[in-house]
Design a binder for this molecule. Structure first.
Ligand code: FRU
Length: 475
């Protein structure tokens, strides 16, 4: 099987091996840093997991620096797990900005344990760096004994921010009654931490909350997290694990006793097949950008088609905006438009074959129902009530281009605009100015991309897209 057509042009993918969560997202001294969970030796069993590292000046052309955080201390023997970055203005030796990385060291003790209530250690580890490239020594700042007594061994994924003179950290956790929650920690210096509260849901909402994040847009706080164990709940969208945010009422004090999230306001970030564990950061222009893992921890999404020497990718950077109704819109960072090459005419209705396999498709002034079909197998449709993403015909078979993906949908009352980014083996759909987003991996077999449009719209434009990724052969 020739897998080269599945290589990405603008979605971050590992040169080889396994990638999951984005970590340590930041912009330091102009450079964008995207660290990520990385197991270069995948698919070898128990391949060590640490942090890989991409950098970019423009969010378009990227360089990969290999596995830069290795699980090489006793406190991370089973993996250097997810974490975040904090930019420290003026803290470097040369007076410039420095970086702190916070992450979880995961240890599974040898023995016969359930690894939930016993046999697992979760240390929070700090690394400092003056330039984001040369990383300083590792310092353990929190251990299991520092977490509340009703927590299981599952405590991880620190997200840290500064507030006035103090520091806050949130951690994802699972309690002894198998309920997910967020732990809050407080510090004066970002090194010595004490427990400062717990944020829970009054209703059952999954057994573990991974990758918590705190997002401030227009002065309003939103808590984002990825709950595991959502089967049977209305938010599941057919998935075991989900990922979304809750807008917090004005003035909420996360450290108040009994602090809670109202999960009735939980909104999925992405209604597609492949999206989990996102992280956000604010860049030097003040924009809040989100990047998610385009993968899921559950079958059949947790593997790659045979022959592929790498697994998973990240979403494109998405700019977040708070809308008047309190929800968050997500749109691709405008920088990506620099990868647009020749504009290709799109007939409506009609079918066009575009040169190559990568495209940016933009429809505006849509009226009524619409169907956009890629390669005759992936159908993105609006029927007046919902937006759906369906692998049709043979495409939905386990060995079809959807590799076992079938159909996902999200309620949508009206559709006037649609943006679809098509990469080697990833598609991201942004409907209605980014109010509804759907992402999926796909594994097409044709040499060129065919786009069929059925419906009515005032403007239909498409561009073939260039390649900003490093060549895997050079890694
Ligand atoms: C989420 C997650 C995190 C953990 C990391 C390990 O996908 O399970 O909770 O830190 O992946 O790779």
């Amino acid at each position: 099987m020739d897998c080269s057509r599945w290589k990405m042009g603008f979605h971050l993918m590992p040169p080889t091996g396994w990638l999951n969560d984005p970590n340590g997202l930041c912009q330091l001294r102009g450079t964008y840093h995207v660290f990520h969970q990385y197991s270069p030796a995948w698919p070898a069993p128990d391949a060590p997991r640490g942090w890989g590292h991409f950098t970019s000046w423009d969010l378009v052309t990227w360089e990969h620096h290999g596995m830069v955080v290795q699980p090489d201390t006793a406190d991370e023997a089973s993996g250097s797990y997810s974490g975040c970055a904090v930019v420290m203005p003026g803290a470097a030796a040369d007076g410039g900005d420095a970086l702190r990385l916070y992450y979880t060291g995961n240890v599974k003790e040898p023995g016969d344990f359930d690894y939930i209530r016993a046999g697992r250690r979760a240390a929070q580890i700090l690394i400092e760096s003056d330039d984001g490239m040369a990383l300083g020594p590792k310092r353990v700042i929190l251990r299991n004994a520092d977490y509340p007594a009703d927590c299981t061994c599952h405590v991880r994924d620190p997200k840290v921010w500064r507030d006035g003179d103090g520091w806050w950290m949130i951690l994802g956790a699972r309690d002894v009654e198998d309920r997910g929650l967020i732990l809050l920690m407080r510090s004066e210096d970002g090194v010595l931490w004490t427990s400062a509260g717990e944020v829970r849901s009054p209703e059952p909402f999954g057994y573990m909350w991974e990758c918590p994040d705190r997002i401030v847009l227009d002065g309003r706080v939103h808590l984002s997290f990825s709950p595991q164990g959502m089967e049977g709940l209305p938010w599941s969208n057919g998935m075991r694990d989900q990922s979304g945010y809750v807008p917090m009422p004005d003035g909420t004090d996360l450290s108040a006793p009994g602090a809670s999230v109202d999960v009735r306001a939980f909104r999925r970030w992405d209604a597609g097949f492949d999206f989990y564990a996102p992280q956000t950061f604010t860049d030097e222009t003040g924009r809040t950008l989100l990047i998610g893992w385009m993968g899921m921890p559950e079958p059949p999404f947790d593997s790659a088609p045979g022959g592929l020497t790498w697994c998973h990718c990240l979403t494109v950077p998405r700019v977040l905006t708070r809308l008047a109704d309190g929800t968050i819109a997500q749109l691709p960072a405008p920088e990506l438009e620099r990868l647009r090459e020749a504009e290709e005419p799109l007939a409506v209705p009609g079918t066009m074959v575009l040169p190559g396999r990568r495209a940016d498709i933009e429809l505006a002034g849509i009226e009524g129902p619409l169907r956009l079909t890629l390669d005759g197998g992936l159908q993105i449709a609006f029927d007046g009530r919902e937006l759906s993403c369906t692998f049709i015909g043979d495409a939905c078979l386990p060995d079809g281009i959807g590799a076992g993906r079938t159909r996902r949908s999200a309620p949508l009352e009206s559709l006037s605009s649609l943006r679809v980014l098509v990469d080697g083996s990833a598609v991201e759909v942004f409907a209605e100015g980014g109010r509804t987003v759907m992402s999926t991996r796909w594994f097409p077999v044709a040499d060129a991309l065919s786009v069929s449009l059925d419906g009515c719209c005032a403007s239909a434009r498409a561009w073939s897209m260039g390649d900003g990724m490093p060549d895997p052969a050079e890694a």
